[in-house]
Design a binder for this molecule. Sequence first.
Ligand SMILES: NC(=O)c1ccc[n+]([C@@H]2O[C@H](COP(=O)([O-])OP(=O)(O)OC[C@H]3O[C@@H](n4cnc5c(N)ncnc54)[C@H](OP(=O)(O)O)[C@@H]3O)[C@@H](O)[C@H]2O)c1
Length: 291
Amino acid sequence: MAEIDVMSRLDLVIFGATGFTGMKVVEQLATVAKKYPAMTWGVAGRSEAKLKALMADIGKKIGEDLTGIRIILAEVTNERSLRDMCEQAKVLINCCGPYLMYGEPVVKAAVEAKTHCVDVSGEPQAGSAGRSPLSKKHPKDLPVFEPKLRTRSTIHKLEDQWCVPFPGVDESVVYRTQRFFHDHENQRVIQFKTYVKLGSLCTVMRTGFAGVLIALLSKTAPTMKLLLKYPKLFSGGMVTLKGPTENVMNNTKFTFELYGVGWDKNTDVSGKPNKKAVVKRWRSDNWSSIS
Ligand SMILES: NC(=O)c1ccc[n+]([C@@H]2O[C@H](COP(=O)([O-])OP(=O)(O)OC[C@H]3O[C@@H](n4cnc5c(N)ncnc54)[C@H](OP(=O)(O)O)[C@@H]3O)[C@@H](O)[C@H]2O)c1
């Protein structure tokens, strides 16, 4: 295999730049790039016209001339194009989705081209053990740890707010990291569970009802078709074809809280944990920082 010249590559390339997530990443990067003139970056996707239009739009929005930013054409079903794209990047930010369908060829091309690949997947199915082609590489379960993390009831109250299990990708991501620490650094893994605080019991009920309705409608082809055509109707206004408006995104607040229990250093870890803490409370002022 020919030697790959890493130094002549762009620092960052965003693949799937024309998608909902990709556009947000491009806008953030273009804004941050103003502070780092030495940083080189590019955008990649399957449609040159869409990529050009995107760069013109974002350039206008942030008041920057982005015409000099490299545009790379790559299509997931074309292995050669993925490899060519990866060979132009030191770090590839992969926003092309859904990952469950398109994730693996991109990772493969990045490995072959010796390119770091940032995975922004928000899909639990793509990250959880045994459910995606990528996760088959880790078929063994992690050991069972004692004492077992106390499971909370499906709907429970914490600090005056109602919480339910969060069906996002966070648990899979944390357990994959824990697996690495366990397998490679022989570390004891932590146990982790995610919940979302929904505020009032009424919001919990409304969200639960929409969730059950969506799950039922997605069971058959005709009802799935209806669901895809009228998502707003069946989700009580929560999901729309156009996605959230700028106004909604700019005014959506978010707090991330980590609660932990554990042991003091050098204490016996076979008994009950003797330490309890809110490890981190992190607030965001708008939607972009949620992702
Ligand atoms: N971590 C998070 O918080 C978070 C949040 C949201 C989304 N995500 C992840 O981001 C990914 C994208 O989600 P999204 O909502 O942005 O989706 P989206 O709006 O549908 O965008 C999908 C992107 O993939 C591109 N694409 C699709 N098929 C392709 C193909 N065959 N070849 C090349 N490019 C192709 C699309 O290009 P065209 O424009 O040409 O169609 C588009 O740029 C998902 O995997 C999701 O899990 C993560």
